[in-house]
Design a protein around this ligand. Structure first.
Ligand code: ZN
Length: 281
């Protein structure tokens, strides 16, 4: 089988035997399969069930995929590592979904990994890798028609999730530049390589359910990975008037001020949301 010859229709349902015949390759039973076609072109097959141990949500254009490893802390190895690496070096990723009522696998289309992160899953008491996936055909189109919309309110869900990723990349990139890749909390600049700075963008009111925060500079902070985690876990709050920081366990930061650049239109309302809904100490 050559990838170039593969002609898959979104929505087609495959039995295990169909799938093996189409790809000329058996199923391993893993969620993330690393495959090669006869020209040694690498590709991935992803399998997801909405119920069951992985609880993936494939109902919207952008969705979360939990990495592989059903017990213990998930690690960034094997399929998880390959999937993470596609954020820098994209591969064709064929996504299949099995609903609880059908033992066949429904082809959902090609997807891209938008981002990933290691998060603590309270219900299972372990760390997991959460991958944000976006259907590829939907990311490529619609860019021009929606890229200008700088709305804070949410139009219909599917429409925003498509354009959100596109806008997010531009907005967060600009903001990172504005801060010279410095963390707004501690001022550090981390590096991705010896030449390339690395900093992350944090949404005060998180995107997606149940928070449905907007993807605008008003709702974003630029943070180093440690302080991104502290914000995610609610270990930091920021007074809206004075921008004074309270930190749950790092006294050296409590009483300092969040750095906010004059050109960053950070909105008090999102700090308030964070303090009320996310901060937890
Ligand atoms: Zn920091």
């Amino acid at each position: 089988m050559k990838l170039a010859d593969l002609d898959l229709t979104v929505g087609r349902r495959f039995s295990r035997a169909d799938l093996e015949a189409t790809f000329d390759r058996g199923m391993t039973g893993r969620g993330i399969e690393i495959c090669y076609d006869e020209d040694d072109q690498r590709y991935l097959r992803l399998f997801s069930k909405e119920t069951g141990p992985y609880a993936d949500d494939v109902t919207s254009g952008q969705f979360t995929y939990i990495g592989e490893g059903r017990t213990g802390d998930q690690t960034l190895t094997a399929g998880n590592r390959i999937l993470a690496e596609t954020t820098d070096r994209p591969l064709p990723i064929y996504f299949f979904y099995q609903s609880p009522s059908d033992d066949r696998w429904e082809y959902q289309g090609l997807v891209d990994v938008v981002s990933y992160r290691r998060v603590y899953d309270d219900s299972e008491d372990r760390y997991i890798f959460e991958f944000t996936l976006q259907r590829r055909d939907e990311t490529r189109e619609r860019v021009d028609t929606e890229a200008c919309a700088q709305d804070i309110q949410q139009p219909t869900r599917v429409e925003t999730t498509r354009s959100r990723v596109i806008r997010n990349t531009a907005v967060s990139r600009e903001l990172k530049e504005l801060y010279g890749h410095q963390c707004q909390l501690c001022g550090d600049v981390r590096q991705r390589t010896p030449e390339t700075p690395y900093v992350e963008a944090h949404h005060l009111q998180p995107l997606g359910r149940p928070h449905e925060g907007p993807d605008t500079a008003a709702n974003l902070l630029v943070l180093c990975p440690n302080h991104h985690a502290d914000f995610d876990y609610g270990m930091v709050s920021v007074d809206t008037g004075s921008l004074t920081v309270a930190h749950a366990y790092d006294r050296s930061l409590s009483g300092t001020k969040l750095s906010v650049a004059p050109d960053h239109p950070l909105a008090d309302g999102f700090l308030t949301y964070h303090n009320r809904e996310i901060a937890d100490f």
